[in-house]
Design a protein around this ligand. Structure first.
Ligand code: NDP
Ligand code: OXD
Length: 304
Protein backbone atom coordinates (compact mmCIF):
# COMPACT_ATOMS: atom_id res chain seq x y z
CA UNK A 1 0.00 0.00 0.00
CA UNK A 2 1.67 3.30 -1.08
CA UNK A 3 2.22 6.13 1.37
CA UNK A 4 1.26 9.56 0.07
CA UNK A 5 2.68 12.59 1.86
CA UNK A 6 0.50 15.69 1.44
CA UNK A 7 3.25 18.30 1.81
CA UNK A 8 1.26 21.50 1.23
CA UNK A 9 -0.09 22.25 4.73
CA UNK A 10 -1.97 25.42 3.81
CA UNK A 11 -4.00 23.48 1.20
CA UNK A 12 -4.82 20.49 3.41
CA UNK A 13 -8.28 21.78 4.46
CA UNK A 14 -9.32 21.83 0.77
CA UNK A 15 -7.89 18.37 0.02
CA UNK A 16 -8.63 16.55 3.28
CA UNK A 17 -11.88 15.13 1.86
CA UNK A 18 -11.35 15.59 -1.89
CA UNK A 19 -8.15 13.56 -2.19
CA UNK A 20 -9.33 10.46 -0.27
CA UNK A 21 -12.53 10.55 -2.36
CA UNK A 22 -10.55 10.68 -5.62
CA UNK A 23 -8.22 7.88 -4.48
CA UNK A 24 -11.21 5.72 -3.61
CA UNK A 25 -12.83 6.53 -6.98
CA UNK A 26 -9.60 5.41 -8.71
CA UNK A 27 -9.56 2.19 -6.67
CA UNK A 28 -6.32 3.11 -4.87
CA UNK A 29 -5.73 1.77 -1.41
CA UNK A 30 -3.18 4.18 0.07
CA UNK A 31 -2.07 5.75 3.32
CA UNK A 32 -2.51 9.51 3.05
CA UNK A 33 -0.57 11.48 5.67
CA UNK A 34 0.61 15.02 6.33
CA UNK A 35 3.77 13.85 8.10
CA UNK A 36 5.91 10.76 7.53
CA UNK A 37 9.42 9.44 7.82
CA UNK A 38 10.96 10.38 4.43
CA UNK A 39 12.14 6.85 3.67
CA UNK A 40 8.53 5.61 3.88
CA UNK A 41 7.07 8.04 1.30
CA UNK A 42 6.07 6.82 -2.16
CA UNK A 43 4.45 10.01 -3.52
CA UNK A 44 4.64 13.65 -2.46
CA UNK A 45 1.74 15.99 -3.21
CA UNK A 46 3.46 19.35 -3.43
CA UNK A 47 3.00 23.11 -3.84
CA UNK A 48 5.68 25.78 -4.34
CA UNK A 49 4.85 27.11 -0.86
CA UNK A 50 5.59 23.71 0.76
CA UNK A 51 8.07 23.85 3.63
CA UNK A 52 9.64 20.66 2.22
CA UNK A 53 12.68 21.80 0.28
CA UNK A 54 15.20 18.97 0.69
CA UNK A 55 14.12 15.90 -1.26
CA UNK A 56 17.36 13.99 -0.59
CA UNK A 57 15.99 11.70 2.17
CA UNK A 58 12.94 10.69 0.08
CA UNK A 59 14.80 7.73 -1.34
CA UNK A 60 11.84 5.60 -2.41
CA UNK A 61 9.60 8.41 -3.67
CA UNK A 62 8.34 7.63 -7.17
CA UNK A 63 7.04 11.11 -8.01
CA UNK A 64 6.51 14.63 -6.71
CA UNK A 65 3.04 15.71 -7.83
CA UNK A 66 2.74 19.49 -7.98
CA UNK A 67 -0.63 21.11 -7.35
CA UNK A 68 0.30 24.15 -9.43
CA UNK A 69 0.57 24.44 -13.21
CA UNK A 70 3.72 26.58 -12.97
CA UNK A 71 6.87 24.87 -11.71
CA UNK A 72 9.49 27.60 -11.95
CA UNK A 73 9.96 27.67 -8.18
CA UNK A 74 10.72 23.93 -8.09
CA UNK A 75 12.66 23.03 -11.24
CA UNK A 76 15.85 24.61 -9.93
CA UNK A 77 15.90 22.59 -6.68
CA UNK A 78 19.10 20.50 -6.98
CA UNK A 79 17.88 17.98 -4.35
CA UNK A 80 14.85 17.06 -6.47
CA UNK A 81 15.91 14.06 -8.53
CA UNK A 82 12.54 12.30 -8.45
CA UNK A 83 10.13 12.73 -11.42
CA UNK A 84 8.11 15.96 -11.11
CA UNK A 85 4.61 16.36 -12.54
CA UNK A 86 2.76 19.64 -12.92
CA UNK A 87 -0.97 20.27 -12.65
CA UNK A 88 -3.24 20.17 -15.67
CA UNK A 89 -6.61 20.44 -13.98
CA UNK A 90 -9.89 20.83 -15.89
CA UNK A 91 -11.14 23.17 -13.14
CA UNK A 92 -8.07 25.38 -13.39
CA UNK A 93 -8.35 25.45 -17.17
CA UNK A 94 -12.02 26.44 -16.96
CA UNK A 95 -11.12 29.32 -14.65
CA UNK A 96 -8.37 30.55 -16.97
CA UNK A 97 -10.71 30.43 -19.98
CA UNK A 98 -13.23 32.54 -18.05
CA UNK A 99 -10.62 35.11 -16.95
CA UNK A 100 -9.11 35.47 -20.43
CA UNK A 101 -12.48 35.58 -22.18
CA UNK A 102 -13.89 38.07 -19.69
CA UNK A 103 -10.95 40.46 -19.92
CA UNK A 104 -10.77 40.10 -23.70
CA UNK A 105 -14.45 41.05 -23.97
CA UNK A 106 -13.97 43.98 -21.57
CA UNK A 107 -11.36 45.52 -23.86
CA UNK A 108 -12.94 44.41 -27.12
CA UNK A 109 -16.30 45.97 -26.22
CA UNK A 110 -14.73 49.06 -24.61
CA UNK A 111 -16.83 48.46 -21.50
CA UNK A 112 -14.84 50.86 -19.31
CA UNK A 113 -16.06 54.00 -21.01
CA UNK A 114 -19.67 53.11 -20.19
CA UNK A 115 -19.00 51.80 -16.67
CA UNK A 116 -17.09 54.93 -15.66
CA UNK A 117 -18.73 57.87 -17.46
CA UNK A 118 -18.83 60.77 -15.00
CA UNK A 119 -19.66 63.30 -17.76
CA UNK A 120 -22.67 61.22 -18.90
CA UNK A 121 -21.33 61.36 -22.46
CA UNK A 122 -23.69 59.82 -25.03
CA UNK A 123 -21.20 58.20 -27.42
CA UNK A 124 -23.10 55.85 -29.73
CA UNK A 125 -19.93 54.39 -31.33
CA UNK A 126 -20.55 50.69 -31.69
CA UNK A 127 -17.59 48.34 -31.12
CA UNK A 128 -16.38 46.18 -34.00
CA UNK A 129 -17.34 42.54 -34.13
CA UNK A 130 -15.05 39.94 -32.57
CA UNK A 131 -14.23 38.69 -36.06
CA UNK A 132 -12.56 42.09 -36.65
CA UNK A 133 -10.40 41.93 -33.47
CA UNK A 134 -7.29 39.75 -33.90
CA UNK A 135 -6.04 38.15 -30.69
CA UNK A 136 -2.63 36.53 -30.23
CA UNK A 137 -1.86 33.98 -27.54
CA UNK A 138 1.79 33.36 -26.63
CA UNK A 139 1.91 29.82 -25.21
CA UNK A 140 -0.45 27.26 -26.72
CA UNK A 141 -0.26 24.60 -24.05
CA UNK A 142 -3.05 23.30 -21.85
CA UNK A 143 -4.27 26.79 -20.97
CA UNK A 144 -3.45 28.80 -24.10
CA UNK A 145 -5.09 26.29 -26.42
CA UNK A 146 -8.26 26.13 -24.28
CA UNK A 147 -8.46 29.95 -24.34
CA UNK A 148 -7.93 29.92 -28.12
CA UNK A 149 -10.83 27.48 -28.54
CA UNK A 150 -13.15 29.66 -26.43
CA UNK A 151 -12.18 32.89 -28.20
CA UNK A 152 -12.50 31.30 -31.64
CA UNK A 153 -15.99 30.13 -30.66
CA UNK A 154 -16.81 33.83 -30.21
CA UNK A 155 -15.33 34.51 -33.69
CA UNK A 156 -12.10 36.22 -32.58
CA UNK A 157 -9.34 35.43 -35.12
CA UNK A 158 -6.75 33.85 -32.82
CA UNK A 159 -3.07 33.46 -33.66
CA UNK A 160 -1.12 31.12 -31.39
CA UNK A 161 2.64 30.93 -30.82
CA UNK A 162 4.51 28.09 -29.15
CA UNK A 163 8.07 26.76 -28.80
CA UNK A 164 7.61 23.80 -31.12
CA UNK A 165 5.87 23.60 -34.49
CA UNK A 166 2.26 22.45 -34.26
CA UNK A 167 -0.70 22.69 -36.63
CA UNK A 168 -2.24 26.15 -36.87
CA UNK A 169 0.38 27.65 -34.57
CA UNK A 170 3.36 29.92 -35.26
CA UNK A 171 6.78 29.29 -33.70
CA UNK A 172 10.32 30.66 -33.79
CA UNK A 173 11.44 34.30 -33.86
CA UNK A 174 9.89 35.07 -37.25
CA UNK A 175 6.65 33.48 -36.06
CA UNK A 176 6.73 35.65 -32.94
CA UNK A 177 7.19 38.84 -34.96
CA UNK A 178 4.28 37.81 -37.19
CA UNK A 179 2.11 36.92 -34.17
CA UNK A 180 2.78 40.26 -32.46
CA UNK A 181 2.26 42.40 -35.58
CA UNK A 182 -1.46 41.60 -35.75
CA UNK A 183 -2.25 41.36 -32.02
CA UNK A 184 -4.86 43.94 -31.05
CA UNK A 185 -5.18 41.88 -27.87
CA UNK A 186 -2.14 39.90 -26.67
CA UNK A 187 -2.48 37.13 -24.09
CA UNK A 188 0.74 35.83 -22.50
CA UNK A 189 0.31 32.27 -21.23
CA UNK A 190 3.88 31.04 -21.26
CA UNK A 191 5.70 29.39 -18.37
CA UNK A 192 8.58 31.30 -16.77
CA UNK A 193 11.81 29.78 -18.08
CA UNK A 194 15.20 31.29 -18.95
CA UNK A 195 13.96 31.57 -22.57
CA UNK A 196 10.69 33.35 -21.77
CA UNK A 197 11.95 35.82 -19.15
CA UNK A 198 11.59 39.38 -20.48
CA UNK A 199 10.35 37.97 -23.79
CA UNK A 200 8.12 41.04 -24.07
CA UNK A 201 10.91 43.64 -23.97
CA UNK A 202 10.85 47.11 -25.52
CA UNK A 203 11.64 45.81 -29.00
CA UNK A 204 8.88 43.21 -28.95
CA UNK A 205 6.35 45.61 -27.41
CA UNK A 206 7.13 47.94 -30.30
CA UNK A 207 6.05 45.22 -32.75
CA UNK A 208 2.48 45.30 -31.41
CA UNK A 209 -0.06 47.49 -33.23
CA UNK A 210 -0.67 50.98 -31.82
CA UNK A 211 -3.13 50.80 -28.91
CA UNK A 212 -2.79 47.02 -28.38
CA UNK A 213 -4.04 45.60 -25.10
CA UNK A 214 -2.00 43.08 -23.11
CA UNK A 215 -3.45 40.46 -20.79
CA UNK A 216 -0.83 38.67 -18.69
CA UNK A 217 -2.12 35.73 -16.66
CA UNK A 218 1.13 33.77 -17.28
CA UNK A 219 3.98 35.02 -15.11
CA UNK A 220 5.21 38.55 -14.26
CA UNK A 221 8.75 38.17 -15.62
CA UNK A 222 7.45 37.43 -19.15
CA UNK A 223 7.19 41.21 -19.57
CA UNK A 224 9.86 43.82 -18.86
CA UNK A 225 8.01 46.08 -16.37
CA UNK A 226 9.88 49.28 -17.25
CA UNK A 227 9.49 48.73 -20.97
CA UNK A 228 5.77 48.13 -20.45
CA UNK A 229 5.37 51.31 -18.39
CA UNK A 230 7.20 53.30 -21.07
CA UNK A 231 5.02 51.84 -23.83
CA UNK A 232 1.86 52.60 -21.81
CA UNK A 233 3.02 56.17 -21.13
CA UNK A 234 3.73 56.66 -24.82
CA UNK A 235 0.23 55.39 -25.66
CA UNK A 236 1.64 52.63 -27.83
CA UNK A 237 0.07 50.06 -25.51
CA UNK A 238 -3.55 50.96 -24.79
CA UNK A 239 -3.97 48.95 -21.59
CA UNK A 240 -2.37 46.13 -19.63
CA UNK A 241 -4.39 43.79 -17.44
CA UNK A 242 -1.90 41.98 -15.23
CA UNK A 243 -2.61 39.04 -12.93
CA UNK A 244 0.97 38.03 -12.14
CA UNK A 245 4.02 39.99 -11.02
CA UNK A 246 7.74 39.65 -10.33
CA UNK A 247 7.00 40.17 -6.64
CA UNK A 248 3.68 38.96 -5.21
CA UNK A 249 1.75 40.45 -3.54
CA UNK A 250 2.51 43.42 -5.80
CA UNK A 251 4.25 45.86 -3.41
CA UNK A 252 2.35 48.97 -2.31
CA UNK A 253 3.74 51.93 -4.23
CA UNK A 254 4.45 49.91 -7.38
CA UNK A 255 3.52 52.08 -10.39
CA UNK A 256 1.18 49.37 -11.71
CA UNK A 257 -1.22 50.04 -8.83
CA UNK A 258 -1.91 53.62 -9.90
CA UNK A 259 -1.24 53.64 -13.62
CA UNK A 260 -4.46 54.70 -15.42
CA UNK A 261 -3.87 52.16 -18.18
CA UNK A 262 -3.13 49.20 -15.92
CA UNK A 263 -5.57 46.83 -14.23
CA UNK A 264 -4.13 44.67 -11.46
CA UNK A 265 -5.79 41.40 -10.51
CA UNK A 266 -4.15 39.57 -7.57
CA UNK A 267 -3.06 36.26 -9.15
CA UNK A 268 -6.63 35.01 -9.32
CA UNK A 269 -6.89 34.21 -13.03
CA UNK A 270 -7.18 30.50 -12.31
CA UNK A 271 -6.88 28.35 -9.23
CA UNK A 272 -6.42 24.60 -8.95
CA UNK A 273 -9.78 23.16 -7.85
CA UNK A 274 -9.49 20.48 -5.19
CA UNK A 275 -12.10 18.05 -6.56
CA UNK A 276 -10.86 17.96 -10.15
CA UNK A 277 -7.16 18.29 -9.21
CA UNK A 278 -7.46 15.38 -6.76
CA UNK A 279 -8.61 13.18 -9.63
CA UNK A 280 -5.49 14.14 -11.59
CA UNK A 281 -3.28 13.31 -8.59
CA UNK A 282 -5.10 9.99 -8.08
CA UNK A 283 -4.69 9.06 -11.75
CA UNK A 284 -0.96 9.69 -11.55
CA UNK A 285 -0.66 7.55 -8.42
CA UNK A 286 -2.62 4.81 -10.18
CA UNK A 287 -0.18 5.07 -13.06
CA UNK A 288 2.83 4.99 -10.75
CA UNK A 289 1.53 1.85 -9.06
CA UNK A 290 0.75 0.21 -12.41
CA UNK A 291 4.19 1.08 -13.81
CA UNK A 292 2.62 3.32 -16.47
CA UNK A 293 4.11 6.67 -17.54
CA UNK A 294 3.06 9.68 -15.45
CA UNK A 295 0.88 12.37 -16.98
CA UNK A 296 2.18 15.97 -17.24
CA UNK A 297 5.81 15.19 -16.48
CA UNK A 298 8.02 18.26 -16.29
CA UNK A 299 11.09 18.34 -18.50
CA UNK A 300 13.60 19.73 -16.01
CA UNK A 301 16.06 20.84 -18.70
CA UNK A 302 13.37 22.71 -20.63
CA UNK A 303 11.96 24.20 -17.41
CA UNK A 304 8.27 23.38 -17.93
P1 NDP B 1 1.90 24.23 -20.78
O1 NDP B 1 3.21 23.67 -20.39
O2 NDP B 1 0.79 23.30 -21.12
O3 NDP B 1 2.08 25.20 -22.03
C1 NDP B 1 3.15 26.08 -22.15
C2 NDP B 1 3.14 26.65 -23.56
O4 NDP B 1 4.20 27.61 -23.64
C3 NDP B 1 3.41 25.59 -24.63
O5 NDP B 1 2.64 25.86 -25.77
C4 NDP B 1 4.89 25.79 -24.93
O6 NDP B 1 5.27 25.43 -26.23
C5 NDP B 1 5.01 27.29 -24.76
N1 NDP B 1 6.40 27.68 -24.52
C6 NDP B 1 7.21 27.34 -23.51
N2 NDP B 1 8.44 27.88 -23.67
C7 NDP B 1 8.38 28.58 -24.81
C8 NDP B 1 9.34 29.33 -25.54
N3 NDP B 1 10.60 29.50 -25.10
N4 NDP B 1 8.95 29.91 -26.69
C9 NDP B 1 7.69 29.74 -27.15
N5 NDP B 1 6.74 29.02 -26.53
C10 NDP B 1 7.08 28.45 -25.36
O7 NDP B 1 1.48 25.23 -19.61
P2 NDP B 1 0.00 25.70 -19.21
O8 NDP B 1 -0.71 26.14 -20.42
O9 NDP B 1 -0.64 24.69 -18.34
O10 NDP B 1 0.35 26.95 -18.26
C11 NDP B 1 1.05 28.06 -18.75
C12 NDP B 1 1.44 28.97 -17.61
O11 NDP B 1 0.30 29.64 -17.08
C13 NDP B 1 2.02 28.27 -16.37
O12 NDP B 1 3.37 27.92 -16.56
C14 NDP B 1 1.87 29.34 -15.32
O13 NDP B 1 2.99 30.19 -15.34
C15 NDP B 1 0.63 30.13 -15.79
N6 NDP B 1 -0.51 29.96 -14.89
C16 NDP B 1 -1.05 31.06 -14.28
C17 NDP B 1 -2.13 30.96 -13.47
C18 NDP B 1 -2.74 32.16 -12.85
O14 NDP B 1 -3.64 32.03 -12.01
N7 NDP B 1 -2.37 33.34 -13.22
C19 NDP B 1 -2.75 29.67 -13.19
C20 NDP B 1 -2.12 28.57 -13.87
C21 NDP B 1 -1.04 28.72 -14.69
P3 NDP B 1 5.18 23.91 -26.75
O15 NDP B 1 3.70 23.66 -26.91
O16 NDP B 1 5.88 23.94 -28.04
O17 NDP B 1 5.81 23.06 -25.70
C1 OXD C 1 -0.31 27.99 -11.11
C2 OXD C 1 -0.81 29.28 -10.66
O1 OXD C 1 0.79 27.91 -11.66
O2 OXD C 1 -1.84 29.32 -9.95
O3 OXD C 1 -1.04 26.98 -10.93
O4 OXD C 1 -0.23 30.30 -11.01
Amino acid sequence: MPTILFAAPSLWPEYRDALPAALAEAGIDATLVTEAAPEMVDYIVYAPSSPLQDFTPYTRTKAVLNLWAGVERITGNPTLTQPLTRMVDPGLTEGMVEWVTGHTLRHHLGMDRHIVNPGHVWDPTCPPLARERPVTILGMGALGSACATALRALNFPVTGWSRTAKPGCLHGQDGLAQALATAQILVTLLPKTPETENLMNADRLALLPQGAVILNPGRGPLIDDNALLAALDAGHIGHATLDVFRVEPLPQGHPFWTHPRVTVTPHIAADTRAITASRVIAENIRRGEAGEPFLHLVDRARGY
